[in-house]
Write a protein that binds this ligand. Sequence first.
Ligand code: PEP
Ligand code: MG
Length: 762
Amino acid sequence: MKTVVWFREVGKDDVPLVGGKGANLGEMARAGFPIPPGFIVTSDAYFYFLKVTGLDKRIYPLLDELDVEDTAKLQETAAQIQRMIVAAEVPGEIEKDIVKAYEELSKKATSHIKPKDIWVAVRSSATAEDLPEASFAGQQATFLYVRGAKSVVEHVKKCWASLFTARAIYYRSKQGFDHRKVGIAVVVQKMVNSEVSGVMFTAHPVDGSPVIIIEAAYGLGEAVVSGMVTPDEYVVDKATLKIKEKKVAKQTKMVVQKPEGGTEEKPVPEELQEKQKLPDDKIVKLAEIGRRIEEHYGHPQDIEWALEHENLYIVQSRAITTIGKTGGGPTTSEEDEPILKGLPASPGVATGKVKIVHDLSDLPKVREGDVLVTTMTTPDMVPAMQRAAAIVTDEGGMTCHAAIVSRELGIPAVVGTGNATKVLKDGDIVTVDAYKGVVYRGKVEKEDVVRKKHVEVIRSALPYPTATLVKVNVALPEAAERAAQTNADGVGLLRAEHMITSTGKHPVWFLKNDKLDDLTEAVKRGIRIGAEKFYPKPVWYRTFDARTDEFRHLQGGEGEPEEDNPMLGWHGIRRSLDQPELIMAEFEAIKQLHEEGLDNVGVMIPFTASVEEYVEAKKLARKVGLIPHKMVDFGIMVETPAAALTIEDYLKARIDFLSFGTNDLTQLTLGVDRNNAHVQRLFNEKHPSVLKLINYVIRKAKKHGVETSICGQAGSDPEMVRKLVRMGIDSVSANIDAVDKIREVVFREERRIMLERARRGI
Ligand code: PEP
Ligand code: MG
């Protein structure tokens, strides 16, 4: 049995023994390419470890009896197996081989007489090449800057353990892979201390034209790969190796090694920031290496490279898989016809690889920088949405889930295209222009200038003092930090849904399993982030309001009724009153937060249509001791015409505030399904009927001295906000990215009103 092999001992046919990454490095080292030296701990070593320690007898039965759909159990089992692997002793003979190889590597890299331990990268190398990448390779661990033989052995073990993350187990099971047959190898390679690094394509990644494209940035390559910095871009003619084009980008920060291991972000010295990163002679040299690697493999390559002490190194090379999938032809230009049209739900422009998400099992294939394409997003998709460069949906309007979350995450989104999931295919390269609401095939050279400019101008402007308060909407608890940076005057809508669903469970699960305390905890955790960040500014927590079709996927959501029209169905306060234990668990959370001193949290009741509902809700709050225990602001969303027209009843029942939910109010007033792409052109919050209702409610509320606000999407629309300011609204709550702009709009409108009055001599 070979437990450890050097790169040069293996080649491209040795995938089962050394994994894809290992085989590739071996192949290149053999061919004489400048690969940082290293060795591979083989998959044989891994299987031997499982056998000698007896772990195989303990791990596989656990997996055999696991129902991977039971998320909690899956996570528990995954964690248990990983703990078992990390806690086990590596058999002496394997440990000896690893230590010996590491010492030899150190000797070669430093001095044979006085060797010093070197820094290495320890990377998992997947052995089952035919497993889809996202379900296997991408999920195993990589550790940079590891030093010392003991530490190397420990990290090898961690790589082995990473074969058993919940995700990896789930996908292997789903795709019918036998856990017993899937092994893993581990690459141990000298770290290149890159002064400059980046990626290189040996052909145009979209149309395959014969150019070599090199991207370069200071520091470690991960800054380029993750999109943290904009790299220089050099285009080299593949035949003549002449540099055809150079785009030098300013770089202010870079990722470098931390002295004690690991990496950190550092500023780039000022004098280097605007310089060309890679000198011309190195660009040509690198392109020449790239061309040879392509010749060696007989296919265009996507290569990671690094420069250390004048030496160029190749860190990784794989075939470019995108060429031709976009229908060939030259790169699309802006004049070209878009292939999809929809609504510009969240501004920005991005190019990326399409990943179609039909169901939740597709989520892990969405990688950093991909374009997530789906019928309609759901809350379980949020982690994948966070990784995406842009989002495109078949369905939905400006107020659908995809639109709300994308805006909050600051990710361009085009919704309601009708058929994106049919027109596009996995791997297509597309450019999403979410200013216009269109999608182009290929990469369209189009900078996201509007967004950048807008942000710069607004940020550098003086703060606008306004009489009308400008608040912010928050849907994802983790967005509270970003929201607080806007200096908003409070949170006008804190959505509950993601706090609860981040547990992976439907609220009903807590009820059925007698775990209401856990529900209270989840809500408390979610609210606390925003309440602390904004304290003492008011934060209005809206009680749970999810439609029955939105959370079916969650554990405990199986029993959700199938409704013909969930928008008009069992949600909001009408449902909460049918399941009082749930809303009482939410109230309990708020009570406990008040007891902790977070007395800025108010309660907002959604989707009410009769005052009795409000009265009932307050009774439940009283039962929990939330009122009159403390002075908690209690208000309603005005989002049904019924609530608007009977607002006086609510005022008499002592609401402390009200907030227009114009998404629903418009839908219900105009009879336009807010998620139905066919009727989106009719969705208009500024329709005279909606404005009439709002104006009526504001006038009545003023008489009672009750604060009026808006938290629907229209609160981020300058034209609507101007109208509302004129009607005398007390506050508007906008999306995170719109707060600054809306504050300026409010400021100017208030000044205009004062000026008009002054001119008229009022
Ligand atoms: C609304 O209806 O305007 C609102 C803010 O609530 P949601 O979008 O959650 O229905
Ligand atoms: Mg609503």
